[in-house]
Design a protein around this ligand. Structure first.
Ligand SMILES: [Zn+2]
Length: 155
């Protein structure tokens, strides 16, 4: 019988890491740096993906990297949302103020992206309301280039 050594380690492991997001997301983040939203379009069904995808899940075909890019507006509609007192990146840490997380469908696309909903009181949120990107003043080609989305036309 072989001897088994089991090590149990309770607690949290912090690991800083960097990884390449891939060619499609690379293009997407490059466009965020220019404060532009791009998606890619399936050549078969015409669905537009934001963020872009290599393969259309519906048609199961590869969307060529150098083709089918479309520039989209920085507006969209709120498809769904949730209100949370926890930080998205650290679910143990409660924030003093609740945060509204929205699922936003960028106009002209068939998918959603998830970002904070800013400058809105929870009681004034309506599904399908028009929203617009709030860009960070300084962009660096990262998801954080978008601060969040704000309602169009006030509350
Ligand atoms: Zn398709």
């Amino acid at each position: 019988m072989s001897e088994k050594i089991i090590v149990a380690n309770k607690g949290l492991v912090k690991a800083d890491f960097a990884f390449w997001v891939g060619q499609y997301m690379d293009k997407f983040y490059d466009s965020l740096e220019q404060k532009k939203i791009i998606g890619n379009k399936c050549q078969k069904c015409g669905d537009v993906f934001v963020p872009p995808r290599k393969i259309c899940g519906k048609c199961n075909i590869t969307i060529p990297l150098e083709e089918n890019w479309v520039e989209l507006p920085d507006t969209g509609i709120l498809v769904n949302y949730t209100i949370t007192p926890y930080r998205v990146s650290d679910r143990r840490a409660r924030k003093a103020k609740s945060m509204i997380i929205g699922m936003i469908n960028i106009d002209g696309s068939n998918t959603c992206i998830v970002y904070p909903l800013l400058d809105v009181n929870p009681e004034n949120i309506k599904l399908n309301m028009k929203v617009k990107i709030a860009w960070n003043d300084k962009t660096e080609g990262a998801p954080s280039d978008i601060k969040g989305f704000t309602p169009i036309g006030g509350e």
